[in-house]
Design a protein around this ligand. Structure first.
Ligand code: ADP
Ligand code: MG
Length: 542
């Protein structure tokens, strides 16, 4: 606000009004080249504490101002002179708008009373700016300059960010008005944060849960929205592979194990579900079309711009909203959904020691575990073996623990069992406790062999009569508390249903090197493995 106002009000110049209005909108940086008629605007900007960087070409100045917008979320200002100066900045305005970055360009123009007369550097700047900007305007008087600047800053950051142009007639710069007639504006409110429709979020979650090869594509919209923490949690909790676009590199670090950037083409080609987080299906992503993408790829699109949704590919789900907020919605929902094999093995892989001795058996549990949980040393994996035997796991684990105790006491034995496989020798848990062997048993429990029933379906089914005639042969009792076998003998038992509970139980049992423990991990009874290309041993249609 203008200071030192007496009752009659003080005279303020256009330059000062512009500078004070920018300051009121929390603008920190201005880049530009001065000359007629904008020199006074740069000086006034410095006077109110805006940092001014004089550049050598308006184009570079405009690129600089737009990068400030991306980096800080508050637009930088580019200040240019009329005609050629303005035209040189067009590249920067277009670049900012194409990048969805906020930017304010202030261009001096010729004096109003010389318009159409062939004034110095006269050019239809407002019209020319329209194609490259979300807003291209000239204030009608000095009095409305604060309102126009507030609107331009607000427009540049609300919705899809972009460039806004404000045209300042040369005669406005030194013209004065009484400050009492000026319509001063407070700083615009921060951009509203919108979340997606709940039904759309549930739909997206279900599509991801039923996918075989999901892929997150993280774009610079995600970077701009500061969504890194939520996206990181989503990647970690769901074990989702991700691919950053060039400027989104680092939203989740490139060295994260789920980053598939090194196999970009393959990842794009094979994904059956793609979650687009603030990236457009433009040339950078091959328009989302074959042959770079599957013809039947399901796209889940998350964007702040409704007009973007459905471009080039008809999406399977559309989530309109701020990426950070929408990924948070996804996280909240994820916590209430049953886990699948891939989620479970992702967490196991992340939290068990690299040098542990792995024992594993079960159908899906052993097969999926083998692909998801790596071994780093020889003779540290024991499983169903040549004979495909179920029931070997606990015996093998006891042997491994005895041998490790004598030879490599630092190595833990971790025994990953399907619920059916565990049943074959479950009573050896008593042996484990009797000899106090600190084995960690993880039972991946899907209520059955291959697949099972959830508790509700089980109840429904019992209505049909004698369980012996109607219970599917693959089913086991739903929600069996196998962990209680461990606690019955003095070991630690954990019953877990969510990724968070699984993480906590894994951390606690890995840290406790003295006590035998069993983590009973409930997963979606219908969770399946990815389809095999050859029907080897999967002939049955179960
Ligand atoms: P990239 O070049 O990384 O692929 P694009 O520039 O193509 O990214 O896409 C960025 C997308 O992000 C744009 O469609 C834009 O509307 C969107 N976007 C920008 N900010 C947000 C936000 N806060 N929340 C959601 N989407 C956003
Ligand atoms: Mg099972």
């Amino acid at each position: 606000m203008a200071s030192g106002s007496g009752a009659a009000g003080e005279a303020v110049s256009g330059a000062r009004l512009i500078a004070e209005s920018l300051k009121a909108q929390n603008i920190e940086y201005m880049f530009g080249i001065v000359g007629i008629p904008v020199t006074e605007i740069a000086i006034a900007a410095q006077a109110v504490g805006i940092k001014y960087v004089g550049m050598r070409n308006e184009q570079a100045a405009c690129y600089a101002a737009s990068a400030v917008g991306y980096l800080t979320g508050r637009p930088g200002v580019c200040l240019v002179v009329s005609g050629p100066g303005f035209l040189h900045a067009l590249g920067g305005m277009a670049n900012a708008t194409m990048n969805c970055w906020p930017l304010i360009v202030i261009g001096g123009s010729s004096d109003r009373n010389q318009e159409t007369m062939g004034a110095f550097q006269e050019f239809p700047q407002v019209e020319a700016g329209r194609l490259y900007n979300k807003l291209s305007v000239r204030p009608s008087s000095l009095e409305v300059i604060p309102a126009i600047i507030e609107k331009a800053v607000r427009t540049s950051i609300y919705g899809r960010p972009g460039s806004c142009y404000i045209d300042i007639p040369g005669d406005f710069v030194n013209l004065q008005v009484n400050e009492r007639s000026v319509k001063y504006m407070e700083c615009c409110l921060p951009p509203p944060i919108s979340t997606a429709e709940h039904s759309a979020v549930s739909k997206a979650a279900s599509i991801i849960a039923h996918s075989k090869q999901p892929l997150l594509i993280i774009g610079k919209g995600a970077a701009y929205s500061h969504a890194e923490n939520n996206i990181r949690k989503l990647v970690d909790l769901c074990g989702l592979p991700f691919l950053p676009t060039p400027m989104a590199k680092g939203v989740v670090p490139d060295n994260h194990p789920n980053c598939v950037a090194a196999a970009r083409s393959t990842a794009l080609q094979h994904a059956d579900v793609i979650v687009l987080l603030g990236a457009r299906l433009n040339w950078i992503l091959h328009f989302g079309l074959p042959p770079r993408f599957r013809h039947d790829v399901k796209v889940i699109q998350i964007d702040i711009c409704a007009e973007e949704l459905g471009n080039n590919v008809r999406p399977a789900a559309i989530l309109l909203g701020d990426i950070s907020a929408v990924t948070k919605q996804g996280l909240a929902l994820q916590k209430s959904l049953p886990m699948n094999y891939y989620t479970v093995f992702h967490h196991i892989r992340e939290l068990i020691p690299k040098d542990c001795i792995l024992v594993s058996e079960g159908a899906n549990t052993m097969d999926i575990g083998r692909t998801m949980v790596p071994n780093y040393y020889p003779r540290q994996r024991l499983d169903a073996g040549t004979f495909g035997t179920m029931g070997v796991g606990l015996g093998f684990a006891i042997a491994a623990a005895m041998v490790a105790k004598d030879r490599t006491p630092e190595k833990r034995v971790i025994c990953i069992e399907g619920d059916s496989a565990f049943g074959f020798s479950g009573m050896e848990v008593e042996t484990i406790c009797r000899y106090n062997l600190p084995i960690l048993i993880i039972v991946v429990n899907n209520n059955g062999i291959y697949t099972g029933l959830d508790a509700d379906s089980w109840k429904e089914m019992l209505k049909f009569g004698d369980p012996a005639t109607c219970v599917p042969p693959v089913s086991l009792l739903p929600n069996s508390h196998y962990e209680k076998i461990m606690s019955a003998f003095g070991g630690k038992g954990y019953f877990v249903k969510t990724p968070e509970e699984l993480q906590n139980a894994l951390k606690a049992s890995v840290a406790d090197k003295q006590t035998p423990s069993l983590i009973n991990v409930m997963i979606d009874p219908q969770s399946e493995r990815k389809k095999q290309e050859f029907p080897w041993l999967t002939r049955s249609n179960l």
